[in-house]
Write a protein that binds this ligand. Structure first.
Ligand SMILES: Nc1nc2c(ncn2[C@@H]2O[C@H](COP(=O)(O)OP(=O)(O)O)[C@@H](O)[C@H]2O)c(=O)[nH]1
Ligand SMILES: [Mg+2]
Length: 414
């Protein structure tokens, strides 16, 4: 993580000041925003912090495993696999999730000891003030939506209030209907296309949504899931994992930018990764366009190359890779870009400009933005979709055609 960040800083960092100085005054606010967006997405990527509310056995640990699609949390039987009320860091090969397990809130909770007033238990309160949850998942077994759920809703309310009091914001809530495989008829397996089953799932989700809406607003969304998985010797031996993609996709939208990247990476869900690749590309395109709002001297070509390299490293990261400067350059070269030349041009161009004043201004914002866009498309196709290089090159060529000629080819001094 840290080394990755420093790599991106190496790629983008040296140009930060230069980017700034190239941007006309009237565009600085916009560029500041795009730069911040890109930095939040890429350089400030961090583990999402998710509070999970749901009673014992609701399927909290199973859901964490389903999100990673790997065994990272101990499930079931074991009596106390996790202590409630503290942050747990779950790590997979590709990243981490910070989970606050509030198991047991509905269990012997609220007015115990005769005090009457329900309160968040001390440990949970301490955990919430220690780190602010980015989002709260409310888990309820599909078969229990019409049972003793009021206490759990009360717990949710108290946690939301506590977050608001300590951190000053209302955390987004996502309802998760768990274990839908248990609904009738139980022998139907994912993707639950059976009409009766689908109806039961819909009804249970709607019931939970209705109950949550008074607390979390009419717009609250409940995602039905099943997460049962069995692992043997580190491998998946059985899986009833269903609709986790949708949950992750929706949850990602609710997270702050800096946490989105990590969830996309961890979950390995291509749809989510593509969305983020597009967001990174959009920010880089806007940045390149703004830098080129006034014609860019050839001498500053590496600034654009730097933005593009940062973008490519970011897209690679979302896809689960860690690209160092060398591999980013290799990718650019594979597209037919003479990257070395782009960087070397700086010095040549400087002397050219000295010899022929004015002769060095060649690149417009549209060209810079267009080339960046085409490159972002290519990077997403290659790293996220894992398309063949020949296809990727085609995507790149077509993107360029649509958006104008390629930077370094165009800009090479005669
Ligand atoms: N059938 C079914 N069982 C599940 C599902 N998710 C979890 N379980 C089982 O429910 C029990 C409790 O799950 P666990 O994830 O430990 O719940 P937690 O106490 O909320 O962390 C375990 O026996 C799981 O195997 C599911 O989607 N379908
Ligand atoms: Mg558990």
């Amino acid at each position: 993580m840290t080394d990755y960040r420093s790599q991106v800083k190496d790629l983008l960092g040296p140009y930060r000041d230069r980017i700034w100085s190239l941007v006309p005054g009237n565009l600085r606010t916009k560029v500041g925003r795009e730069l911040k967006e890109l930095e939040e997405l890429i350089m400030e990527a961090r583990a999402p912090r998710i509070a999970v509310v749901g009673r014992r056995g609701a399927g909290k640990s199973s859901l964490v495993n389903a999100i990673f699609n790997a065994e990272v949390a101990a499930v079931g039987a074991v009596k106390s696999t996790t202590e409630q009320g503290r942050w747990y860091e779950y790590s997979g090969e590709r990243g981490k999730l910070d989970i606050l397990d509030t198991r047991g809130l509905g269990e012997g909770y609220g007015g115990a000891g005769g005090s009457g007033a329900a309160a968040v238990p001390g440990e949970t309160a301490a955990a919430v003030s220690e780190k602010s949850p980015d989002a709260v998942l409310f888990l309820c077994k599909a078969k229990e939506v019409d049972a003793r759920i009021d206490e759990d809703l009360k717990s949710l309310e108290m946690i939301l209030d506590l977050i608001e009091k300590t951190h000053g914001y209302r955390a987004p809530v996502v309802g998760v209907l768990t274990q839908v495989d248990e609904l009738d008829p139980p022998e139907v397996l994912p993707p639950y296309e059976d009409e009766i089953k689908a109806n039961h799932i819909r009804e249970a989700a709607e019931q939970l949504r209705y109950k949550l809406s008074s607390l979390a607003g009419e717009g609250v969304v409940v995602i039905p899931t099943s997460a049962y998985m069995r692992f043997a010797e580190g491998r998946i031996a059985a899986s009833r994992r269903w609709n986790i993609e949708r949950l992750v996709e929706y949850l990602t939208e609710k997270l702050p930018r800096s946490a989105q990247l990590e969830l996309a990476r961890i979950s390995r869900i291509k749809g989510v990764q593509l969305k983020l690749a597009r967001a990174i590309t959009a920010a880089a395109v806007a940045l390149a366009g703004a830098v080129g709002a006034q014609p860019i001297p050839v001498a500053d070509l590496p600034v654009i190359t730097g933005i593009q390299a940062g973008m490519i490293a970011g897209i690679g990261y979302v896809s689960g890779r860690r690209l160092d400067q060398k591999s980013v350059k290799e990718f650019m070269s594979a597209l037919g870009l003479n990257v070395g030349a782009a960087f070397a041009l700086r010095e040549i161009a400087r002397s050219l400009v000295k010899l022929f004043p004015g002769g060095g201004s060649v690149i417009s914002g549209t060209v810079a933005a267009g080339a960046t866009w085409a490159m972002g498309q290519a990077a997403a196709a290659f790293f996220v979709e894992e398309r063949r290089l020949s296809e990727v090159k085609k995507i790149y060529r077509q993107g360029k055609k649509k958006s104008g000629p390629l930077l370094s080819e165009e800009a090479a001094p005669q």
